[in-house]
Design a protein around this ligand. Structure first.
Ligand SMILES: NC(=O)c1ccc[n+]([C@@H]2O[C@H](COP(=O)([O-])OP(=O)(O)OC[C@H]3O[C@@H](n4cnc5c(N)ncnc54)[C@H](O)[C@@H]3O)[C@@H](O)[C@H]2O)c1
Length: 245
């Protein structure tokens, strides 16, 4: 098993890519700390436990710095260490620049960028103390190619690539690697919310001819979180069927 006895904190694990990642990591022997602002994360953890994994759920918004710090303290009390942080929670509030409100801007910045900052800032000292850590965050291939109607979202996903490079430089000396993944179209609730016409059109720009599934990204998180990726840091791994140009 590739994550035997590793303790993995996954944000946004109640559904979609985060849910697939929690299941995949548990199968590889990891103990799971699952955070989500949706209480249904508890059911995910209950299912993992039924299958024999150790798992802990906390209803938490990554935007709430104090709650994040409390959540890390609770996780440490429970498992004694945190080896892996998957900064996966993210939201969209799509609108063209001319129509986007400052509230829509703030909401996306707050979850996708400040949330990643809060979680990484809270977990990095734990990993430094252990002299071991793997941090992987969710960027997006729109960070590389831009996307109509996503000023706020693209700003955050590009920011994640930048923060990843900075943190790889700052934390490498403590045995911590920091990377991110840039998914393309993956079938989840996030992309189900997109207009039908945009979804249909998107296929034409994907060389492999189909969308991805959450496991495609879970597999990427798994590689970067495993010891196989010990010498990989500061990168953004694009997983998008060849769509980014
Ligand atoms: N689906 C795609 O095509 C795609 C493409 C590129 C990048 N991504 C990124 O991958 C990540 C996962 O996407 P997904 O498609 O699984 O999305 P999703 O909407 O299906 O799931 C996101 C999860 O995050 C949780 N969440 C949202 N805000 C939160 C907060 N403040 N605190 C805690 N939990 C919160 C939600 O409750 C949900 O369970 C996101 O960061 C997304 O931006 C997705």
């Amino acid at each position: 098993m590739r994550l035997q006895n590793k303790v993995a904190l996954i944000t946004g694990g109640a559904q979609g890519i985060g849910l697939a990642t929690a299941k995949r990591f548990a199968k590889e022997g990891a103990k799971i700390i699952l955070w989500d602002w949706d209480a249904s994360g508890q059911e995910v953890v209950d299912q993992l436990k039924i299958k024999g994994s150790q798992a802990l759920f906390k209803k938490i918004s990554v935007t709430d710095e104090a709650a994040v710090n409390d959540g890390v303290a609770e996780a440490l009390k429970h498992f004694g260490r945190i080896d892996i942080l998957i900064n996966n929670a993210g939201i969209t509030r799509d609108r063209t620049l001319l129509k986007m409100t400052s509230r829509e801007w703030d909401e996306v910045i707050s979850v996708n960028l400040t949330g990643v900052f809060n979680c990484t800032k809270a977990v990095a000292p734990v990993m430094k103390e252990q002299n071991y850590g793997r941090i992987v965050s969710a960027s997006s291939n729109v960070a590389i190619r831009g996307n109509f109607g996503q000023t706020n979202y693209v700003a955050t996903k590009t920011g994640i690539i930048g923060m990843t490079k900075v943190w790889a430089m700052e934390l490498g000396r403590y045995g911590i690697t920091v990377n991110c993944i840039a998914p393309g179209f993956i079938k989840t609730a996030m992309t189900d919310a997109m207009p039908e016409a945009v979804r249909k059109q998107s296929i034409a720009h994907i060389p492999v001819g189909h969308w991805g599934v959450p496991d495609d990204i879970a597999n990427g998180y798994l590689y970067l979180a495993s010891d196989e990726a010990a010498f990989v840091s500061g990168i953004c791994l694009t997983i998008d069927g060849g769509a980014a140009r």
